[in-house]
Design a protein around this ligand. Structure first.
Ligand SMILES: *Cc1c(COP(=O)(O)O)cnc(C)c1O
Length: 466
């Protein structure tokens, strides 16, 4: 299995090299040059099997032999063993044909754990095999940082530095990062905003001697391995509900288009997905694209679902590559025009093709709260604001008789207790295994919003290869 860049210029890579590269050198994103297939007979054989076994079957063709089968299986077992539910990604029934897929049983209580717990292990394994080390740097406004830290803690070949804006992330979010007592984990509280943090990270990557000296890397959502790992829970949910004999639909709250793109990949592999409903909050560039055929940037507005406060959904480029018939040069041209003008219009034929599988919807903050309240009143379930955006969209989506629709619950309600309490009057509790989070000792370093200061700190803390 080889991976090509969506912009057609960067060298094609194997899975392990694409894993370490992240972004392609031409600015594009890596995609497999063809879709591996999961034939109905194989799907049937996987029905009822444990999550880890389904994960192995889904991921093996993507890995393409670059990680030995027994190592891959061991990493998968290890990654999901510690999850808080034996089913890893359990389904709950909300109504006759409405289901909720709970993706918050990982260590940081959001769906990003499902990919990152495995990708952190793969990263370490591949680095060790190549005799290399990496320094992961990243900026977070809350959720991503803790998932990345949990994925990379105690890994021999990795040091991780996560920048967050000092005093501007919630206490639960900050503590999920700063209470990790591992020698290779470094939290930097920047005297500034999230944008300042992002600029500092970009500054480090732009400093070529610094980047090379410390083998800077990222585990952000454009990494192909993260997408591949997310395909697994779509397959597992569909099998539980009767696939391959039965068709299925999903409602996915969306920010960077990574999660719902993984569902699209599952469909390309042969999972009988009838419809994918994309839920946006007030930052609704994708909903507008599906309605009008034009992708047009607006300013980012804060909402109750902060992990979806995104205007440019990076992973959409991967879908664009397929819509453009795998023509990298055409995608490069479209993306350049999009960057210049802040807008991109799909041809009517491509817009129609998009609409065959995808449908878009949006929920503003009022509708998000109303959805949390409605789900609580009708089912007794507390859902977080991101999940509520998907559930709101699902309620008005086109439905087909006999086709179940699964809404993704992307974060535990206790990660966003204020919004949940506002909507329901009930304050959600952290799961017991995180009950002492608010009393664990914290470890972080406050630094000024200054590239030199941050680079000096990284230089002083990275471990040297043994
Ligand atoms: C990251 C995140 C999202 C958005 O997912 P994408 O893959 O960027 O579309 C939605 N909800 C929660 C809770 C998240 O952490």
């Amino acid at each position: 299995m080889r991976y090509v860049s969506t912009r057609g210029e960067a060298p094609t890579l194997s899975f392990d090299d694409a894993l370490l590269a992240g972004l392609a050198r031409d600015g594009g994103l890596y995609v497999p040059e063809s879709w591996p297939r999961l034939p109905a007979i194989e799907l049937k054989a996987l029905a009822g099997r444990p999550y880890a076994e389904i994960a192995f079957a889904v991921l093996r063709p993507f890995v393409g032999g670059t990680i030995a089968d027994n190592d891959l299986a061991a990493m998968i077992d290890d990654a999901y063993r510690g999850f808080g539910h034996p089913a890893v990604a359990p389904l709950k029934q909300l109504d006759a044909d409405d289901w909720l897929l709970e993706l918050f049983h990982g260590p940081t209580l959001a769906f990003k754990d499902y990919a990152l717990q495995l990708v952190g292990r793969m990263f370490d394994h591949v680095l060790a095999a190549k005799g290399r080390r990496a320094t992961i740097v990243g900026a977070t406004s809350g959720d991503t940082g803790s998932a990345a830290i949990e994925a990379c803690r105690d890994r021999a070949a990795i040091d991780i530095f996560i920048l967050h804006p000092k005093g501007r992330v919630s206490e639960v979010q900050r503590r999920q990062m700063t209470t990790v007592q591992s020698a290779n984990v470094h939290n930097i509280a920047v005297e500034g905003t999230f944008d300042d943090c992002q600029d500092l990270v970009k500054g480090m990557f732009a400093d070529a001697p610094f980047r090379e000296a410390h083998s800077l890397s990222a585990v952000n959502s454009i990494n192909w391995a993260r997408i591949a790992a997310q395909v697994v829970y779509y397959v597992s949910a569909a099998l539980s509900l009767g696939a391959p004999a039965r068709k299925i639909a999903f409602a996915v709250p969306t920010g960077n288009f990574g999660n719902v793109y993984a569902a699209y990949v599952a469909a390309q592999m042969g999972l009988p997905i009838r419809r994918l409903v994309i839920g946006s909050n007030r930052n609704d560039i994708l909903a507008r694209l599906l309605a009008t055929g034009e992708m047009k940037v607006a300013s980012v507005e804060p909402s109750l679902s902060p992990s979806m406060d995104i205007q440019v959904s990076s992973n959409f480029e991967r879908l664009l590559f397929d819509l453009a018939g795998s023509n990298g040069a055409a995608v490069a041209k479209m993306m350049a025009r999009f960057r210049r003008r802040g807008a991109l219009r799909l041809s009517p034929a491509r817009h129609r093709r998009l609409g065959r599988l995808f449908e878009g919807g949006r929920a503003d903050d009022r509708e998000t709260l109303a959805a949390i309240e409605r789900i609580y009143k009708t089912t007794g379930e507390l859902v977080d604001p991101h999940s509520a955006v998907g559930l709101h969209t699902m309620a008005s989506a086109q439905r087909e008789r006999g086709v179940p629709m699964v809404a993704l619950a992307c974060a535990h309600p206790a990660k966003f207790p204020d919004a949940v309490e506002r909507a329901t009057g009930v304050r959600p509790h952290l799961p017991a295994r995180l009950g002492d989070l608010l009393t664990r000792p914290e470890r972080m370093t406050a630094l000024p919003n200054d590239l030199r200061a941050v680079e000096d700190f990284v230089r002083g803390r990275v471990r040297v290869a043994a």
